[in-house]
Design a binder for this molecule. Structure first.
Ligand code: BTN
Length: 263
C-alpha cells in the first residue's frame, strides 16, 4: 500500500463538497487540530486533512488515539445548519458510512458492525473510532469529524491488543485510497439524503441493523451509574432507547454499551 490518495476517485466520491481543499501529510500531531486551524481561517465545508501517522492523536473522553504508520487518519469539516443538528448526529452518519464502505472491502466472514454510538467493530474488536468536535467559529457551527482506521498490521499498545483489530488481520487488504473513497461515497450519499424525513428514517434503520446487541439485554455505562435494560432501537436523534425491566423506556445520548446476556 503505497499511496494515500487516488485523486480522481476521491474527487468523484466527494462531489457533495466539490472544490473543498485536501491536505495530505506524512506526519501530523492531530488531523482534527489541523482542520480546526483551517476552519478558523474560513475553510469551506468538506475541507479534508489526511495523515499517514499522528504524534498526538486524540480519542473520545480525553483518551489518546495510537496512530502509528499502517493506519488511516483523517478529519474533515462540516458546517451544519441549526436544523440539521436536530437530526441524527454526524458521528453516527460517519459510523454507518464507514460500515457500508468496509462491507464492500472485507470478506463475508468479517462484516463490520456499528457499536453505538459510533465505533466500528469487526469480529467484536474495534477497527475504527470516530471523534466529533463541535465549536462555534465567527458565529457559525463547525463540526470536525475525525476517523482513525486500523488498516495494516501495526504494533498496538498491549492494552489494545485484545480489543482492537485491523483490516489485514481479518483478511482485507484495500488501499487507504480505496477506504477513503468508499467512505466518502457513502457519507456523501447520506449527507444529501438527510435533508428529508424519509432519508433520516432510513439512516436510523440502516444504522440500527448493524448494531450488535440490538433487541438484547445490555448494560449502559454512564459517567455516574450503570443502567440495564433491553436495547430497543434508536430515537430520531440517534439516541439509544433502553427498555427497563418495569417496561419504561428512556433514550440516552451517550454511554458505553456492554452485553448483559447470560450464556
Ligand atoms: C475514539 O476514541 O474512538 C475516537 C478516535 C478518533 C481518532 C481519530 S484519528 C483522526 C482524528 N485525529 C485525531 O486526533 N483523532 C481522530
Amino acid at each position: 500500500m503505497t499511496t494515500l490518495l487516488d485523486e480522481g476517485a476521491l474527487t468523484a466520491a466527494r462531489a457533495w463538497c466539490a472544490g473543498a481543499p485536501v491536505e495530505v501529510h506524512e506526519k501530523l500531531g492531530s488531523t482534527n487540530d489541523r482542520v480546526a486551524e483551517l476552519a478558523a481561517a474560513g475553510a469551506p465545508e468538506g475541507t479534508l486533512v489526511i495523515a499517514r501517522e499522528q504524534t498526538a492523536g486524540r480519542g473520545r473522553r480525553g483518551r489518546t488515539w495510537a496512530s502509528p504508520r499502517g493506519g488511516l487518519y483523517f478529519s474533515f469539516l462540516l458546517r451544519p445548519s441549526p436544523e440539521s443538528l436536530q437530526g441524527p448526529p454526524a458521528t453516527l452518519v460517519a459510523g454507518l458510512a464507514l460500515c457500508q464502505a468496509l462491507e464492500g472491502l472485507t470478506p463475508p466472514d468479517a462484516r463490520p458492525q456499528l457499536k453505538w454510538p459510533n465505533d466500528v467493530l469487526i469480529r467484536g474488536r474495534k477497527v475504527s473510532g470516530i471523534l466529533g468536535e463541535m465549536s462555534l467559529v465567527d458565529g457559525s457551527n463547525c463540526l470536525i469529524l475525525g476517523l482513525g482506521i486500523n488498516v495494516e498490521a501495526v504494533e498496538l499498545p498491549s492494552e489494545l491488543r485484545e480489543i482492537a483489530t485491523h483490516l489485514e488481520e481479518v483478511g482485507a487488504t484495500p488501499t487507504r485510497a480505496q477506504v477513503l473513497s468508499a467512505f466518502f461515497l457513502a457519507f456523501g450519499a447520506w449527507h444529501t439524503r438527510l435533508s428529508d424525513a424519509a432519508g433520516r428514517t432510513s439512516l436510523l434503520e440502516e444504522a440500527a441493523v448493524r448494531m450488535p446487541n440490538l433487541g438484547q439485554p445490555i448494560r449502559l455505562r454512564l459517567p455516574n451509574e450503570v443502567v440495564e435494560g433491553v436495547f430497543a432501537g434508536l430515537n430520531p436523534s440517534g439516541g439509544l432507547l433502553l427498555t427497563r425491566a418495569d417496561g419504561s423506556q428512556r433514550a440516552y445520548l451517550a454511554g458505553e454499551v456492554e452485553s448483559a446476556r447470560t450464556a
